[in-house]
Design a protein around this ligand. Structure first.
Ligand code: IPE
Ligand code: IPE
Ligand code: MG
Length: 246
């Protein structure tokens, strides 16, 4: 079993992003309704945030609800939105005490007003915290984000605020939802699926990808440590040769 002592504190990924998948299958395996999987999944979220804080990861981004997830049955969507509200209410104090700053990315205007209100309140109350930036991707789709970004930049070019020649990586970065976040270092997906599902397409350009068969509700702190240890044993070459890195 992986323990925190096996983590090299000098090589901790700054930004870890997780596609939390497998809640439905976890429930189905037990003959339960999908919603119970989401409830258990919320507990795994809590454990993961605590574990990330201990490792020295400074940014944790969790894919909680995609633009495509709006197409799920209404009961399930409602359950997920209610869980968001109740988790924020329940966990606010712990988040704040642990100096966690809450952030959210996605088309937040589409959230039910109760969820939007709770979310923005916790974001406001935790805005001066500096131990860990916890970003929830809600009603998030990477293509949606890129379309929005292109439109904003095009508008600025049209209004002579930005010149066409000046558009570069950093201008694009500044217009994404993730404008204040560093690039993703490690992307984890649970449940055995090996796909990106419209998550942070631009931001994972050079992320290390880690897939595990563990279903999200079963994900424990040791699973996070294991992913980080695996990451630390890789060589990130960024196009260079191995010798150049020595
Ligand atoms: C992840 O679990 C949670 C969300 C996408 C909101 P799923 O609900 O996708 O679980 P599976 O993939 O059906 O097992
Ligand atoms: C991706 O999971 C979205 C979240 C984890 C919130 P899905 O379960 O919706 O992904 P696909 O549709 O199976 O790829
Ligand atoms: Mg899924």
């Amino acid at each position: 079993m992986s323990t925190i002592d096996q983590i090299d504190l000098k090589k901790v990924p700054k930004h870890v992003a997780i596609i939390m998948d497998g809640n439905g299958r976890w429930a189905k395996k037990r003959g339960l309704l999908r919603v119970f999987g989401h409830e258990k999944g919320a507990k795994a979220v809590k454990e993961t945030i605590e574990a990330a804080g201990k490792t020295g990861v400074t940014h944790l981004t969790l894919y909680a609800f995609s633009t495509e997830n709006w197409n799920r049955p209404k009961v399930e969507v409602d359950k997920l939105m209610n869980l968001l509200v109740s988790s924020l209410k329940k966990e606010f104090k712990t988040l704040h005490e642990n100096k966690i700053k809450l952030n959210a990315i996605g088309n937040l205007n589409e959230l039910p007003s109760k969820a939007y209100k709770e979310l923005t309140e916790v974001i406001e109350k935790t805005k001066n915290n500096d131990k860990l930036v916890l970003t929830l991707a809600l009603s998030y789709g990477s293509r949606d984000e890129i379309v929005k970004t292109v439109k904003e930049i095009a508008k600025k070019v049209k209004n002579n605020i930005i010149s066409l020649e000046n558009i570069d990586d950093s201008i694009i970065n500044e217009h994404l939802y993730t404008q204040n976040l560093p690039d993703v270092d490690l992307l984890i997906r649970t449940s055995g699926e090996q796909r990106i599902s419209n998550f942070l397409l631009w931001q994972i350009a050079y992320a290390e990808l880690y897939f595990t068969d563990v279903l999200w509700p079963d994900f424990k702190k040791e699973d996070l440590y294991k992913a980080i240890i695996n990451y630390q044993n890789r060589e990130r070459r960024f196009g260079k040769t191995s010798e150049q890195l020595k």
